[in-house]
Design a protein around this ligand. Structure first.
Ligand SMILES: Nc1ncnc2c1ncn2[C@@H]1O[C@H](COP(=O)(O)OP(=O)(O)O)[C@@H](O)[C@H]1O
Ligand SMILES: [Mg+2]
Length: 245
């Protein structure tokens, strides 16, 4: 059964139709990647799938249940969906460890000792355990982003949504974040990732979807989608992306 699924998902802001009917699903253990030009609706799609905003049409299912009509407690489901944004937005006055612990303590009501243990485990998974007692200002952008990933991971979510997690990083720092994400994908963490890091997508994605104009124009295994995209728009986008023009 899929962890997250949507059918004919739509979102408008006033007259602006941002999502125009998206069908998508991700199963446990899968890594799926979304690519597409700026403004195509990728972030909006993730916000809706993460239940941060309601759709204006269509349905979202979490583990088979329609989240907006089956009387589920949205906050309980939200706690099972991790989010990693472009900017890690850590609390400046808290150490890396406390940034990771805060959700465990405040949302999941885990006691302090267990929160420390789980947070250290998550920091280890992103290779940041040695930096546990440092403050965000003492860390590089890539290290901060890895703490952001640990914060999501520590909650033991059923799926983690990543919105261009390396887009604001320099190339060298991008790699340390991508390496960590590759580890997670290989460990079987369920991940839905908006990224233009094609090497990552090629290596770990079960499927890549190309989004444009609020629709998924095509989806396929990395080899097929990257090498022989069917739609002219995907072809043009990939030529530009891979050609670096
Ligand atoms: N809260 C909002 N209110 C109005 N328009 C929005 C809002 N969020 C996104 N949009 C518009 O939706 C379109 C898609 O945005 P976004 O989902 O951020 O695309 P992407 O992440 O692919 O760059 C853009 O035209 C953007 O201006
Ligand atoms: Mg975006």
């Amino acid at each position: 059964m899929s962890v997250l699924k949507c059918r004919d998902l739509r979102k408008s802001y006033g007259d602006l139709q941002v999502l125009r009917g998206i069908d998508f699903e991700i199963e446990k253990g899968e890594t799926k990647v979304i690519i597409g030009p700026s403004g195509s609706g990728k972030s909006t799609f993730l916000r809706l799938m993460g239940l941060l905003e309601p759709p204006t049409g269509g349905k979202i299912f979490f583990e088979g249940r329609d989240v907006y009509t089956s009387g589920l407690d949205l906050n309980i489901i939200r706690a099972k969906i991790g989010f990693v944004f472009q900017e890690p937005s850590l609390f400046r006055h808290l150490t890396a460890l406390d940034n990771v612990k805060i959700g465990l303590k405040c949302v999941l009501k885990v006691n302090n000792d267990e929160a420390t243990e789980r947070a250290m485990e998550a920091l280890k998974a992103v290779r940041m355990e040695e930096w546990a007692n440092y403050y965000p200002a003492q860390l590089s952008g890539g290290q901060q982003q890895r703490v952001g990933i640990a914060r999501a991971l520590a909650m033991d979510p059923d799926v983690i949504l990543f919105d261009e997690p390396t887009a604001s990083l320099d190339i060298e720092l991008t790699w340390e974040v991508i390496d960590v994400m590759r580890d997670l994908a290989k460990r079987g963490i369920t991940m839905l990732v908006v990224t233009h890091e094609i090497a990552f997508a090629k290596e770990v994605a079960d499927e890549i979807s190309f989004m444009d104009g609020g629709k998924i124009l095509e989806s396929g295994p990395p080899d097929q989608l990257l090498r022989s995209p069917k739609t002219p728009r995907a072809r043009r986008f990939l030529t530009r992306l891979l050609g670096g023009i």
